[in-house]
Design a binder for this molecule. Structure first.
Ligand SMILES: Nc1nc2c(ncn2[C@@H]2O[C@H](COP(=O)(O)OP(=O)(O)O)[C@@H](O)[C@H]2O)c(=O)[nH]1
Ligand SMILES: [Mg+2]
Length: 294
């Protein structure tokens, strides 16, 4: 039996969460085209007949501007200490700068195995991929392997899975084999709601969004869930609710669909919008929204 922790790091938006969802085969981490979608370290657990891989998803490496941002960077640091394999993800369709390489190489100064993934190869030609591989190969002397992947086309996902299993140490499983994440269901439900809001809302609002669960109640033939969507300004609240409630209804419909799949029950989802000015700089609010060291 093999078992261990595999942490995914890299710039925002390169596809870390998408890769982990593809590898686990379940939606454990939310995905959106907006940077800084992932705010916390999240574990996704994959059980194979002879292996348990605990994937650790992290927020993208960025320069923090708020207390929440500082928390996000701290959670990356924690997730890279003490893991068995570190996977650094690049976006193959973007240029890889020297600055990127310096940062990436700083993660290879340890004993543990490091793998590089070039994701989104569906967006580049074979020729460009070969040029990219030639450019980075000289820096890869201490790396176990470089794997080109595409989540969108499901290319090389199984190859990556097998490589990671090979690199894991022998050991007993850390989690029961029916668990898919270290986060509670309430956390995953709030994240699904935030994902739909990220997808539907304009650029300026999403960064200031948080979701807090107020009620989760199993009823006769359905589950009743009440959540607050937290935003930073009254003007944002108006946009989130939308004309005659049209936007919040859309967010609710999309989210309900995913939540019903996750908990395998019919769901009545009740959403409210609340304003908390500057909550991302208030430690107590950050905790309320579910991001805490504990
Ligand atoms: N074309 C393409 N898009 C991808 C691929 N993987 C992820 N994406 C998209 O890239 C965006 C960012 O993905 P996400 O997993 O949230 O990135 P993260 O910030 O690194 O976790 C989303 O819009 C994904 O749908 C891929 O292989 N090909
Ligand atoms: Mg992510």
């Amino acid at each position: 039996m093999k078992s261990g922790f595999v942490t995914f790091i890299g710039r925002p938006n390169v596809g870390k969460s998408s890769l982990i969802n593809a590898l686990v085969g379940e939606k454990v981490s939310i995905v959106s085209p907006k940077p800084q979608t992932t705010r916390d370290r999240i574990m996704g657990i994959l059980n194979e007949p002879n292996a348990q891989i605990i994937f650790v998803d992290t927020p993208g490496v960025h320069t923090p501007k708020t207390k929440l941002g500082e928390y996000m960077i701290k959670s990356v640091k924690k997730a890279t200490d003490d893991v068995d394999v570190l996977v650094y993800v690049f976006d193959a369709s973007k240029n890889i700068s020297d600055e990127d390489l310096v940062k990436v190489l700083s993660f290879t100064e340890h004993e543990r195995s490091v793998v590089w993934v070039l994701n989104k190869i569906d967006l580049v030609s074979k020729e460009d991929l070969i040029i990219l591989l030639k450019t980075i190969r000289p820096f890869a002397s201490k790396i176990k392997d470089i794997v080109p992947c595409s989540c969108k086309r499901k290319l090389n996902i199984d190859t990556l899975k097998q490589l990671l299993i090979d690199l894991l140490p022998e050991g007993e499983p850390y989690f029961f084999d029916n668990e898919i994440s270290d986060k509670p269901i309430s956390y995953m439900i709030c994240e699904i709601i935030r994902e739909k809001a990220l997808l539907l809302l304009d650029d300026e609002i999403p960064h200031g969004l948080g979701v807090v669960m107020q009620i989760y109640e199993k009823q006769d033939n359905r589950t009743y869930i009440k959540c607050d969507i937290i935003c930073e300004k009254n003007s944002h609240k108006k946009i989130i609710i939308g004309y005659g409630g049209s936007m919040i209804r859309k967010i609710g419909q999309l989210a309900r669909h995913n939540i019903e799949k996750l908990i395998d029950d019919k769901v009545y989802l009740d959403l409210y919008v609340k304003v908390r000015e500057d909550w991302r700089n208030n430690v107590n609010y950050i905790k309320d929204v579910g991001y805490s060291d504990k």
